[in-house]
Design a binder for this molecule. Structure first.
Ligand SMILES: [Zn+2]
Length: 202
């Protein structure tokens, strides 16, 4: 059980557009912010600034979870404009602050995802990395261990051991609709800048 603090973005801010959403996916991000103190509370303060253009639903650190948006409203977090990623997925940022325990933050996020999958009826196959939507190398610390990350969702904060299914490790298809290559890297030229930008694209 991880504490979830509801601390919603003000309804009159541009990063709380208020479009109705029925979540079909859960999108996982890393904050890419390793500064000391860049924890969930710090990101909650960031998204509540009137100047912030991006938003997502939860930020998870090694101790606590902040919720920034209701689950039936969209956020701007994957850089696909009004595509499925922004309009139909719950965005979760996992902190990587230098003064936090990243592996604990990961387990807290896995636990949260398990609750959300259950409550929203979302299958494990629809728990996806940010990369799925825009090609962005995010969550940068989990892409190279995505199978074990997914396997850990079932057992986070239990005493059970994860079971990793052997998979073919197919690379994620990206919005660029080019045939997926063995490597995760894509030519930078095909990454279109879409609005609204996510902070990950800056
Ligand atoms: Zn991201």
């Amino acid at each position: 059980m991880v504490k979830i603090i509801k601390d919603f973005i003000s309804t009159n801010y541009k990063n709380r557009p208020g479009n109705y959403m029925k979540p079909l996916y859960i999108t996982v991000h890393n904050t890419a912010n390793t500064k000391e103190g860049a924890d969930a509370a710090n990101h909650a303060a960031f998204v509540k600034r009137s100047s912030t253009a991006v938003s997502w639903h939860f930020t998870v650190d090694d101790k606590v979870i902040y919720q920034h948006l209701p689950l039936n409203e969209n956020g701007w977090h994957v850089g696909d404009g009004r595509g499925t990623g922004n309009m139909k997925s719950i965005g979760i940022e996992i902190c990587e602050n230098a003064d936090g325990n990243f592996e604990k933050a990961v387990e807290n996020a896995q636990w949260l995802i398990r609750q959300l999958m259950h409550d929203q009826g979302i299958p494990l196959a629809n728990v996806v990395p940010h990369k799925r939507w825009s090609g962005k190398q995010c969550p940068r610390k989990l892409l190279n261990r995505w199978d074990s990350f997914q396997a850990g969702i079932a057992v986070a904060h239990t005493n059970k051991k994860p079971t990793v299914k052997p998979t073919t490790a197919a690379p994620f298809k990206t919005a660029a609709s080019k045939p997926a290559k063995k490597s995760y890297s894509l030519p930078t030229g095909i990454l279109k800048v879409t609005k609204p930008l996510t902070k990950d694209q800056q």
